[in-house]
Ligand binder design. Structure first.
Ligand SMILES: [Zn+2]
Length: 110
């Protein structure tokens, strides 16, 4: 197999994997929408999904740490790598809903 073929196969495999992950995340979003129906089973399932999604993101973040030379251990690119940058933006960007949801959650627990 030529290098070009290997790149195409790898790109196809990555695309399929990405689509599968998107489907899983969409399922989690559907469960979250079901929570609005105030169904006890949905609330329990939603809570478990939220915990699992959080663990997945922490696991992903844990893999992308810096080396003493300032590169990502997993990606090999300059630190912070695009994975860390993407997670950081999604969690900390005030324009994204997550920041507002965390603010509301903190206010409710006071
Ligand atoms: Zn990385």
């Amino acid at each position: 197999m030529s290098t070009m073929d290997e790149c195409a196969v790898r790109a196809d495999a990555y695309h399929l994997l990405q689509q599968d992950i998107y489907r899983h995340l969409e399922e989690a979003e559907y469960v979250a929408e079901d929570l609005l129906e105030d169904d006890e089973d949905s609330i329990e399932l939603g809570s478990m999904l939220l915990v699992e999604l959080s663990a997945m993101i922490r696991g992903m973040l844990g893999l992308h740490r810096t080396t003493p030379t300032g590169t990502c251990r997993t990606c090999g690119g300059p630190w912070p790598c695009h994975v860390v940058g993407t997670i950081y933006t999604m969690v900390k960007d005030p324009q994204r809903p997550f920041v507002e949801l965390m603010r509301r959650s903190a206010a409710e627990s006071e």
